[in-house]
Ligand binder design. Structure first.
Ligand SMILES: NC(=O)c1ccc[n+]([C@@H]2O[C@H](COP(=O)([O-])OP(=O)(O)OC[C@H]3O[C@@H](n4cnc5c(N)ncnc54)[C@H](OP(=O)(O)O)[C@@H]3O)[C@@H](O)[C@H]2O)c1
Length: 240
């Protein structure tokens, strides 16, 4: 029997949320088409999934490109059960000092790419009888914060896009969900990229990737008579 397919865009290092979503959904029995901009990182994740007996393939894709996004979904073909938009980069900076294209690029990755991805997903899922479409959010999705206006505004826009799509396509069998990741993830991005910050937070102060991934699986498994739009996850130490 052919496995249903999951597309996950925004896959980087193996100890990152995107890669671990791929690992878990492969264990859930899906063939995973994983996408990001770096072939070497994607290949490493595919190799690790295959070592564990799973099925995966990599596609280099820029989430902000309409052509790339369309080609990604064409490659997935029939049997698309799950699509996850995980791309998103934090873009700090004060508004008064900010270049217009810096702001625009933040919006392109965190919001516009979500539109391109979500649109291709529903174009396939609706005629196919339904599916699950999930978006990764952040604390930024729910509140503005000094020095983070570009990131906050684009993540908040992604959230309302997701909510609109949830209402627009529910009757067609597409379950759209949004996951608010409220805090720093205990993965490679923070641990390698911001080691002093990671040390200050300590392991208990950073979100467990496995715990976050559990939330996506929960949403994916929900029956149509009990759908959740949004879940939020944070550590017990988070001051919110
Ligand atoms: N890290 C955190 O602490 C944190 C906290 C809250 C929320 N989040 C959210 O969680 C999600 C995952 O973030 P993460 O930091 O943990 O990283 P991750 O899941 O380990 O990897 C995400 C990967 O997406 C890829 N990417 C970035 N821009 C892209 C684009 N335009 N097209 C395709 N792929 C792109 C990058 O890899 P390449 O550069 O190789 O393409 C990046 O490594 C993001 O939506 C982020 O906003 C993260």
């Amino acid at each position: 029997m052919t496995r249903p397919t999951a597309i996950v865009i925004g896959v980087g290092p193996d100890r990152g949320l995107g890669a671990q979503l791929c690992h878990r959904f492969s264990k859930e029995g899906l063939h995973v088409l994983l996408a990001g901009r770096s072939q070497d990182k994607l290949d490493a994740v595919v190799a690790a999934i295959e070592r564990d007996g799973g099925s995966a393939e990599a596609a280099v894709c820029d989430a902000t490109s309409e052509d790339d996004t369309r080609a990604l979904f064409d490659r997935a073909g029939d049997g698309l059960a799950l699509a996850i938009y995980n791309a998103g980069n934090n873009t700090p900076g004060r508004i008064a000092d900010m270049e217009a294209d810096y702001f625009e690029q933040s919006w392109r990755v965190c919001c516009f790419g979500g539109f391109l991805f979500g649109r291709e997903a529903v174009r396939r899922m609706v005629p196919g009888g339904g599916g699950t479409l999930l978006f990764t959010g952040a604390s930024a999705s729910l509140r503005g914060r000094s020095h983070f206006g570009a990131f906050n505004s684009s993540k908040a826009a992604l959230r309302t896009l997701a909510q609109a799509m949830a209402k627009e396509y529910a009757a067609d069998g597409v379950h759209v969900g949004h996951v608010v990741v409220d805090g720093a993830i205990g993965g490679e991005k923070i641990q390698k990229g911001f080691p002093a910050y990671a040390e200050k937070l300590g392991e208990d102060g950073m979100l467990s990737i496995e715990g976050i991934v559990d939330g996506y699986v929960f949403l994916y498994r929900q029956p149509p008579r009990a759908w959740t739009f949004e879940i939020d996850v944070r550590t017990s130490k988070e001051n919110w």
